[in-house]
Design a protein around this ligand. Sequence first.
Ligand code: ASP
Length: 321
Amino acid sequence: MLNRRRFLTLSSLSGLFPSLAFAHKNSVLHSAPTSGPLVISTWKQPKANAAAQAALDKGGSALDAVEAGVKIPEADPDDMSVGYGGRPDRDGHVTLDACIMDEKGNAGSVTFLEHIKHPISVARAVMEKTPHVMLSGEGALNFALANGFTKENLLTPKAEKEWREWLKTAKYKPIANIERHDTIGMLAIDSKGNISGACTTSGLAYKMRGRVGDSPIIGAGLFVDNEFGGACATGLGELVMRTCGSFLVVELMRQGRTPQQACEEAALRIVNKQDFKDIQVGFLAVNKQGEYGAFSIQKGFNYTITLNRAVQVIDAKSYLK
Ligand code: ASP
């Protein structure tokens, strides 16, 4: 629980804390964010947040919540950036990346995984059943099949049609997330105050075969340190990987930045060093106190928060207006 003095300090930074205004508009000071249950995810994901909240309501851990939450877009054929129905690589194969991290610092990841609808659950199995953190490609697929996952065709007729259309010009121009994109990074805090996170994607449409982005890379697409907070990223993975983006955000929180300040500073690190024109990167973070923040390079990034069962989609602040 935040004390009054700390809350007043936070309130004086209200520009940085739209969350406080939203969640506690009419409430007394002592009901400032606590480490109680909270679910937050990249983009507009009310159904995913609802599934995560339902897992928490059943007494599940933050880890159970994030897995249950991100499975929603993974199974949704209309969500063309994640799981089943995801856009394929340039050769027409849907290849998936996902990772998960719990409050003890355990992590699991799969990259370049084909034919499995729920890569996040395979990532969790890697974490819980193997001595490794990451399995890739054929090895990840074989591990999934050996652990009861079923092999499916993930390329939907709609995604195949778009890909065949793209083949006519076959121009690869990764303008990630400027238009709607749904790669999901999710962070949750459970009733014990523990933080876990998950991130899952089909990656950039029409990427080179074998390309892996930031989303399954612990420290790039996702990082959780249960003492301080968690962060996740979306956007052009190459830029996020080059800055160890999510690790950087959490590390900045460890050094005393608020989640909002940490996301802004991590985005500026990219802006100051890399060519970011036309490129989107968005960071989302929550700290141990349940304070949260988000920031992106381009306009258009938003996130979904479920706090005290109230769901809200919030537009993130951005570097370019
Ligand atoms: N970060 C993902 C990737 O680079 C894509 C995205 O978030 O839009 O694969």
